[in-house]
Write a protein that binds this ligand. Sequence first.
Ligand code: PLP
Length: 452
Amino acid sequence: LSTIEAVEPRIAEATRSELADQRDSLKLIASENYASLPVLATMGTWLSDKYAEGTVGHRFYAGCQNVDTVESVAAEHARELFGAEYAYVQPHSGIDANLTAYWAILAHHVEMPALEEFGVKNVQALTEADWETLRARFGQQRLLGMSLDAGGHLTHGFRPNVSGKMFHQNHYGTDPETQLLDYDAVAAKAREFKPLILVAGYSAYPRRVNFAKMREIADEVGAVLMVDMAHFAGLVAGKVFTGEEDPIPYAQVVTTTTHKSLRGPRGGMVLATQEYAADVDRGCPLVLGGPLSHVMAAKAVALAEARTKEFQTYAQAVADNAKALAEGLLTRGGKLVTGGTDNHIVLLDVTGYGLTGRQAESALLDAGIVTNRNAVPNDPNGAWYTSGVRLGTPALTSRGFTTSDMDSVAQLIDEVLRSTTPVPTKDGKPGKAKYDLASDVAANSHNVAGGM
Ligand code: PLP
């Protein structure tokens, strides 16, 4: 940090301060983790300085032999770890991976007409009437994904997101009673809507998905099954999700981030069957800019780590810890979306504490417990205030927390929320909440803010 300090001390200070924050708090954000030192170190090298647009062996710049090695090794680890026919490791993030995948599927299935059909030599010469003909012929393709409040992601066709504008989008939710995915209802929606792409995967659904059933639905309506495993890739890599819970054998295209439960650098990947490989491979230059060579190198290191027995033990502990956290909250009277978990996420409905998700999030932060507020299905408080907090175990498991530690974490969360009172506002909106440390400490035998 001293070399950074000499150039811009504020950045050195923020970096130092972030380390302290991450060490002194309980990181329960389900999408965060702690990457290993080899992964972090690999990101901080001169590989960052090289431009390498294109793909391995087919670059738009000279001198890419080392980046070719980096990208090939990362892709090889990804293919072997997940048993995928093809892996594309260039996407800079999960959103980029999804955009690359959508574009590849469109390129594969929607044939662009030859300009000669319109009697012109370039696109600029198309008339308004030609464009009308084109629009009528191809229309907007259809995408069916999980709704945001059931746990889907913005990139699964949320209207203001680019995916919601590229596609005519529609959504499936969860059963109003059980809050679980209802495959019959998904199938009914798919039959009615007839999507080109059926997206499975989630950001805030605390249960496993049966991808064999999703593929059956996709096949029945002639859709491509795309699975976004950004959140649970680590559980697939660590062989916790196997058989019908492993998306790779069932989906034609699978996207992921590399920095959540997979514990790698911030980035994304696309895995696909050979059929889609050539289209995905054109991600750069069609959707992405120059790849981040240093990050691809760090992906290779993280994927090598994920191929070890230790990683499998870690992944199992992530799931065991989530179960222990859920049980700890349930025994203290907590209300959980779907009544529990069988992945790495616990979605706590905080309305029973008389709080909104936003109030709970800020009270927990005051006590050194970092979470994020999250909508629950059919959330009465809407997407901004919400009624839930999402809790995830990948990061604490990386720090060595065990199931009995998770019970203590559940106790801390419960105590903090019980010691928190909403502060009324004049405009009738849900205001802030005040966590009262003094009364918590008085009521309970330990110092919550002291952390663990
Ligand atoms: N897909 C899912 C399911 C996610 O949960 C996320 C991140 O929150 C993303 C994609 C986007 O990842 P990124 O933030 O790397 O773009």
